[in-house]
Design a protein around this ligand. Structure first.
Ligand code: NAP
Length: 429
């Protein structure tokens, strides 16, 4: 066997502990698969007095994460601190400049600075790997890099935020309001320190931006993701969707056609017959459509010490084996600077829930808006009277453009008969 691969792990939280525990538990198996031993030389944490549930004997634990970048006894720096600025960014940049390979689970860092860091890795002849940054334990980056490399990818979509999927699943199965499930999710530690990252679709936006770059060979464009989260979704919407044969899911979607990249994160009604509809709880799923293979779907746990550690260790084993590849599957110089496509030109059917004054003539007012915007309506149903005495009316449209429905949504929201902001969702299948 050749020399051991020497690792430093920056961060001893959920993912850092998961990574160390797998490397220790499967030491012999990993050595066999990697063709050499993998040794943890050093690790870092902010608080050196904190009790950790892992065996840290023989590992040099330091407080200064960035110092790991320049240690002569380290070949690979594993960054599992988090955040797209500060210590994580400084550490990764310093490590690459010092000629160390870097493995990270940090989607925010890769979404915001991935191309700059990939360039640095090319200049210094090292590898930047981030399988754990997207969909946790699902090996989707390896699939895009190798298993599906023969395909022109036309579309990539999926359930990329386990916390939102957990919230929507419990709302559906237990008929609970979002606020109740959110409180539980916070107690269980499922929410990011800033819950808006999950609930407002920002975390999923980071992931779809990374996936789009890998799938289409485009520059990562996180600012180009139109992100809407799940805040406006109520139990009422979950129930109505169910009655129409749909589940509500937060989807990340990216498509690339003729140099134009369209990326979005949005809650959608997904027909129960579609595989994505039955991806429940905190599970993630990624669906890839390739021109030769057709549709491929991966499902698995998107977070947690085990699943995320599994992805980090997979990257470490690949490095130990000597696998070297460009961070975004192609050299950064050949990543295409795409133009952001017009989301408003996209065509779909839509669900629109209106809270209207329960009085005569109301129907005529909002149906006039649909006529003005040339939107063909498939069904209009009055579902119930809400606690605020508003009539709950659901409109399902035939295929229309996002632009038309957005204008109709805005006009209806401005009507005097509309007592609360209408809830608008795309329908899939
Ligand atoms: N948790 C998941 O399931 C999951 C899944 C996929 C990807 N990720 C990504 O993995 C990364 C780590 O997530 P995590 O859940 O493991 O985080 P975490 O549990 O909060 O752990 C973060 C670790 O980094 C240390 N740290 C925090 N700020 C630091 C700073 N400024 N300088 C040096 N060290 C610092 C902390 O030290 P102390 O322990 O002393 O506080 C802790 O050990 C993030 O990028 C996250 O997005 C996480």
């Amino acid at each position: 066997m050749s020399n051991p691969l020497r690792i430093a792990v920056a961060g001893l939280g959920t993912v850092g502990a998961g990574t160390i525990s797998i490397l220790q538990r499967h030491r012999d198996m990993i050595a066999q698969r990697a063709g050499r031993d993998v040794t943890i030389v050093a690790a870092s944490a902010r608080d050196l007095t904190k009790k950790r549930d892992i065996d840290l004997s023989g590992i040099d634990i330091v407080n200064d994460a960035v110092s790991l970048a320049t240690r002569s006894d380290v070949d690979v720096v594993v960054e599992v601190i988090g955040g797209h600025e500060g210590a994580a960014k400084t550490l990764v940049e310093s490590a690459l400049r010092a000629g160390k390979h870097v493995v990270t689970a940090n989607k925010a860092l890769i979404a915001h600075h991935g191309v700059m860091l990939a360039k640095l890795s090319e200049i210094h002849g090292v590898t930047l790997a981030f399988e754990a940054a997207v969909a946790g334990g699902i090996p989707v980056i390896a699939a895009l890099r190798s298993g599906l490399a023969a395909n022109r990818i036309e579309k990539i979509s999926g359930i990329l935020n386990g916390t939102c999927n957990y919230i929507l699943s419990r709302m559906y199965h237990e008929q609970l309001e979002q606020g109740v499930v959110m409180a539980d999710a916070a107690k269980l530690g499922y929410l990011e320190a800033d819950p808006s990252l999950d609930i407002d679709g920002i975390d999923a936006a980071h992931k779809i931006a990374i996936l789009a770059s890998l799938a289409f060979g485009t520059q990562v464009d996180v600012a180009g993701v139109k992100a809407t989260g799940i805040r406006s979704i109520t139990l009422r919407d979950v129930r109505y969707a169910d009655a129409f044969g749909y589940r509500i899911k937060l989807l990340g979607v990216a498509e690339f056609h003729d140099g134009t990249l369209i990326q979005s994160v949005h809650p959608a009604l997904v027909a129960k017959a579609l595989p994505l509809a039955s991806v429940d709880s905190s599970f993630n799923a990624v669906q890839i459509e390739g021109d030769s293979v057709g549709r491929v779907m991966f499902e698995g746990r998107g977070a947690g010490a085990g699943p995320t550690g599994s992805a980090v260790v997979a990257d470490i084993i690949a490095l130990a084996r000597g696998d070297r590849y460009p961070a975004f599957t192609v050299p950064t110089a050949s990543l295409i600077a795409s133009s952001a496509g017009d989301v408003h030109a996209q065509r779909a059917c839509f669900y629109l829930r209106l809270s209207l004054k329960d009085e005569p003539g109301v129907l005529a007012e909002f149906t006039r808006v649909f006529a003005e915007e040339d939107i063909s309506v498939r069904a209009i149903t009055q579902r119930d009277i809400a606690e605020d005495a508003s009539a709950q009316v659901v409109v399902l449209t035939h295929v229309t453009t996002s632009g038309q429905i957005a204008r109709a949504h805005q006009k209806i929201a401005g009507l005097a008969v509309c007592v609360a902001p209408p809830v608008l969702m795309q329908m899939e299948g």
